[in-house]
Design a protein around this ligand. Sequence first.
Ligand code: HDE
Length: 714
Amino acid sequence: MSSNRTDAPKQSELAGTQTPDRANTNTKLQNLEQARSDATGQALRTNQGVRIADNQNTLKAGARGPSLLEDFIMREKITHFDHERIPERIVHARGTGAHGYFQSYGNHSALTKAGFLQDPEKVTPVFVRFSTVQGPRGSGDTVRDVRGFAVKFYTDEGNFDLVGNNMPVFFIQDAIKFPDFVHAVKPEPHNEIPTGGSAHDTFWDFVSLVPESAHMVIWAMSDRAIPRSLRMMEGFGVHTFRLINAEGVASFVKFHWKPRQGVHSVLWDEAQKLAGKDTDYHRRDLSEAIETGDYPEWELGVQIVPEADEHKFDFDLLDPTKLIPEELVPVTPLGKMVLNRNPDNYFAEIEQVAFCPGHIVPGIDFTNDPLLQGRLFSYTDTQISRLGGPNFHEIPINRPVAPNHNNQRDAMHRQTIHKGRASYEPNSIDGGWPKETPAGPQDGGFESYQERVDAHKIRERSESFSDHFSQARLFFKSMSPNEQQHIIKAYSFELGKVEREYIRERQVNEILANIDLDLAAAVAENLGLPAPKAGTVKAPQSKLKTSPALSQMNHPGTVGIKGRKIALLIANGVDGASVDTLVKALEAHSARPMLLGPTSAPVKTAEGKALPVDASMEGMPSVMFDGILVPDGKASLDALGASGVAKHFLLEGYKHLKAIGVAPQGKALLDALGLKTDKGLLLGDDQKTVEAFVKAVEAHRVWEREAAAEAIPA
Ligand code: HDE
């Protein structure tokens, strides 16, 4: 966890890369890099500490002769390189992460005795890793998939890992089905296709045969599976956990992370294009936001269910395919998490971090959710092969800030050099240390919640886990019309890629028809299947008809357009004053304007000045932006109108429902593109138009336009 990064200059200190003085900018960049590096001023040495005189040439018998085996410098270097890779995670291989801190809003001692939730002054360091599930380490960021949301709290009482996802439920109810599910969703075994997605036969074969997956699959077919940014995702602990206070009183809880940036997604066409045009879209977005000081923030909250109310719901709290609607049990905010530091080294931190749902601290405990119980075994087991043995807790990113003395010894890659003779307990040689701490209200040793268990040893699924469709239906019914259409299209797209017709039919007739007949009929029509009959499973109708909290549209966030990326399309002859006004207006809202030219070369303004650009329109296509502005300047507008790349930029931005503002002289450009003004396509550059543009970006997308945008070619 140690790092010198906090003292290093920030990228934000390089603000003003627009300056024409590129040499100055380059020197600043070099200074920044050198301040960051721990090798600055250091000699190049071998791993044994020997200074290296020549890092260019292998030791040879003569300049043109054979290489000599005795060249320990070359062999050490190549041997180390040969072993640079470790096994990637079997699931969640593609990830990124950041450091930050957690702070409690107050004293939550009535709920839990966990120390990090007692004192609003207490700052607990955290490390977060976000991930996709299906794809390998090099896969695209914007594939349709669940996102992992794993948080390590380095608390004074030991590490607490909240290893959650950006969806509140899961595909299966029992851990024993996890390898089956993962084998089905992973690329097909004969050709390793597809990379990163679920649009293939084995996935749909499995889920169409396993109705308990219906609820999670509809989440995966919703916009939640294609987030705009990792900063704009909710996070969920999924399982029901227990919080326990100093008096031993336990409550059931579901953990929630609510992003201040709001919950937003990209459109499916955008997601697919981004996967090619900016494979690193999400990791770039996260690290840029932190680098520029726009620190992502989430609120940690819990839904609290008193023990006495365990059986009050029409589903089982232990069933991980169910959520507790927020309308029934609201989320109580506990504190906030801020991510404010990028990792220094991807491998050392993001790749080597080892999460485990079993890492808990006094005041938190598990429930009998059979998925959670299986996870408690799996994560440590997986680290042993991934990180090469049981000493992974000594890797810097995994080290607790709390001391961890015990009598565990040796094993692969042991770092600690233990002193003393006694590595057993009880002992008298070392005075009996380290000693147990009796369980107690505060600062006591960990004590498991004393749950009475008196039952037959049995392999059985509880009857209370048998309703698989009510909450899937509740989810669909709670969506806005736009979101419902996206879900219909996602099922149609994915099932359209399924080659075996009997799998498509089974999904439509046996799963979708039991969720919602309109949904099933729409998907069937798109697949050319006969209209489905009403589902045969008599799932109880949940008392709640809709749960507005499930729709992303009801989570706009609280930060306005802060950090949103806006493209300004310019060419020679652009009105410099117009660019200036727009940039200033956006900066006043803390948005991130970027100037895009026909190439990466500076653009000549109407006033005759050379205006450096941030990128070319081809280099940073419209899918990388939240909004587009076209400043004034007749020659510039004419040049954009004659450029296929610029026209595509605007049409694509329109198709993806983005806010677009065009200076008044640009009317001809819009006419030529056949685009009509709407709530988010604005003609004008006065204050009022700029404010309307800002409002449209704030709304994330111009949803009213979606039907009209259908006509625009992809
Ligand atoms: Fe995981 N899961 N999982 N999972 N999971 C792993 O652990 C597993 C489940 C989740 O960024 C693995 O270190 C089983 C639910 C996240 O490093 C592995 C079951 C949820 C991450 C594993 C589940 C998750 C993992 C692979 C069913 C949401 C990435 C590498 C019983 C609550 C953590 C590793 C990171 C990773 C097993 C189900 C979330 C194999 C057996 C439910 C966010 O141990």
